[in-house]
Design a protein around this ligand. Sequence first.
Ligand code: ATP
Length: 137
Amino acid sequence: MQRTFSIIKPDAVKRNLIGKIVQRFEDNDLRVIAAKMVRLSTEQAEAFYAEHKGRDFYEPLIAYMVSAPIVVQVLEGEDAIAKNRQIIGVTDPAKAEPNTIRADYALSVRENSVHGSDSEESAAREIAFFFADDEIC
Ligand code: ATP
C-alpha cells in the first residue's frame, strides 16, 4: 500500500465538484484516509509551491490557490501515487487523456481542479505539510 496527497483546488470547490472528484478516487480503489477543507494563507501557498518561485506562473498560481477554500486529502491504495496521477491527467487539460479529472473538469492550465503528488518524497512532504499523524486514519 502506498499513500499520496491530493488537493481539490479552488476552481473545483467553487463549482461543487468535490463529490464527483472524490468518486473518481474511490472508483479507482483509492481510499480517503484523511481529509479537510482549508483556506490557504498566502504564506502557506507560497511555502507549498516554493519550488516554482520565480517562474512566470508563480504569482498568479498563489493568487488562485488562496482565492477560495481547497480540500486536502491523503489517499491510500496500491501504487497510489502513479494511479492518482493517471486519474488526474496531465497539467494542461487540453492535453489530458480522455476521462481524466482534468480533461473533464479543469478550466485552464492554472485552474486545473486537482493536485496530486508526483513522487514518494513529495507525497511525504505534502502530507506532513497539512496533516498531523493522528489526523490520518
Ligand atoms: P500539481 O503539482 O498541481 O499536481 P503538476 O505536477 O501537473 O500539478 P506543476 O508543474 O507542479 O504541475 O505546477 C503546479 C501547478 O502550477 C499546476 O497544477 C498549475 O495549477 C500551475 N501551472 C503549472 N504550469 C503552469 C503554466 N504554464 N501556466 C499557468 N499555471 C501553471
